[in-house]
Design a protein around this ligand. Structure first.
Ligand SMILES: O=C(O)CCC(=O)c1ccccc1C(=O)O
Ligand SMILES: [Mg+2]
Length: 356
């Protein structure tokens, strides 16, 4: 994969802001600036494998990207691929990093193509941090503004209380992992246990059939009128490709729906907007390309955006949370309560020896 050649050729057309103006408005006039570049792949195991409709996930892999300019200003970003959401693989991202020499220009970064959205995010965040557009420090957030991810199945019944005591008020529970005969009774137990002020998000990861989704939503609607803890929404009940069926469900039931797997690319995003999707949009910044594109895409949608983690380390998390605070609605908990799932975050250090 040699997109670098493209980037170098493209430098000729970098005078105007046709290309540069979009991803990095702060850097106008610096199109030819070259940055020293370094990268560091990491691996981070799950304490327990994460179970979703897509299967078991045991190891989070990604890459930290470092840039340094001629004044010694440094920025760091994270590439955290999620191929089962349609992004590039870790290997493809490593190919991109390895294909670079010791320096990269702004023009080359701006030319990373949309089929490498995690690379766009990683390099884009590193550059924005260096330019002062994204802060270097992580935001600190109260647990009440974060949604904590519970284990699938009956383990959730024992898991929510300690998290409640830590201040979490919104929880997410994966469904469509086993059959609904097993999951529905656990769901009803969970709702009965949770304090009335708690909110529960369900995430099927596209794993329900039409009939099953209707059953789940009928139960969710009934629970809403029973003034129990509320189901805030059901995320991606049907496969991403079932557009018309998803729209019909959203229009039939009271319980809101959220799109996740269905909106992984910019083009999907446009399509669902054009269809007039009445529900919520899950936005996983680390999968969504350049930070500036994320800002553009979020415009006018604030109250419908649910920001969500992809188990990135503190580098990507910090950038994603800054974007969430900038673009999201304060009443919608951020889907970043996932740290209890992973082994301690690998250490990230920035010092000169990173740059050869
Ligand atoms: O969104 C959240 O609250 C937690 C994060 C989460 O569920 C998730 C994390 C990694 C990959 C996919 C998903 C998902 O929403 O399906
Ligand atoms: Mg989801």
């Amino acid at each position: 994969m040699d997109w670098r050649a493209e980037g170098i050729r493209a430098e000729g057309i970098m005078e105007g802001d046709a290309v540069m103006g979009v991803p990095f408005p702060e850097a106008r006039g610096q199109e030819r600036a070259a940055y020293q570049v370094a990268f560091c792949p990491y691996q981070r195991p799950f304490r327990r494998p994460l179970q979703t409709h897509h299967g078991l996930w045991r190891l989070r892999e990604g890459i930290w990207v470092y840039l340094r300019d001629c004044q010694g200003r440094v920025g760091v970003g994270e590439i955290a691929p999620l191929p089962w959401f349609g992004t590039e693989t870790q290997e493809a991202a490593l190919d991109v990093c390895r294909s670079l020499g010791q320096t990269v220009t702004l023009a080359q970064i701006a030319q990373i193509p949309p089929d490498l959205p995690c690379c766009q995010f990683g390099f884009g965040c590193a550059l924005e941090q260096l330019l002062g557009r994204l802060p270097q420090s992580s935001p600190s957030l109260a647990s009440a503004s974060i949604c904590a991810l519970l284990s699938a199945g009956a383990s959730a019944l024992k898991q929510w209380q300690p998290l409640w005591e830590q201040g979490y008020r919104t929880f997410k529970w994966k469904i469509g992992v086993t059959d609904s005969e097993t999951e529905l009774p656990i769901f009803e137990q969970l709702l009965a246990q949770l304090p009335q002020s708690a909110r529960l998000r369900l995430d099927a990861n596209g794993g329900l059939t039409q009939t099953c989704a209707e059953r789940w939503l009928a139960v969710c609607d009934a629970q809403r009128s029973a003034s129990r803890a509320a189901v805030e929404y059901l995320e991606q009940p049907l496969p991403a490709a079932d557009g018309p069926a998803l729209l019909a469900l959203a229009r039939t039931f009271q319980t809101p729906l959220a799109l996740d797997e269905a909106i992984t690319t910019g083009r999907d995003w446009e399509k669902w907007l054009a269809w007039g999707w009445p529900g919520l949009f899950v936005l996983k910044p680390a999968l969504m390309g350049f930070p500036q594109q994320i800002r553009d895409r979020a415009k006018g949608l604030t109250s419908a955006l649910v920001f969500s983690s992809v188990f990135e380390t503190r580098v990507g998390r910090s950038a994603a949370l800054h974007l969430a605070l900038e673009l999201g609605h304060p009443q919608l908990a951020l889907g970043f309560g996932v740290d209890h799932w992973l082994a301690e975050s690998p250490r990230v250090s920035i010092n000169s020896s990173i740059f050869s």
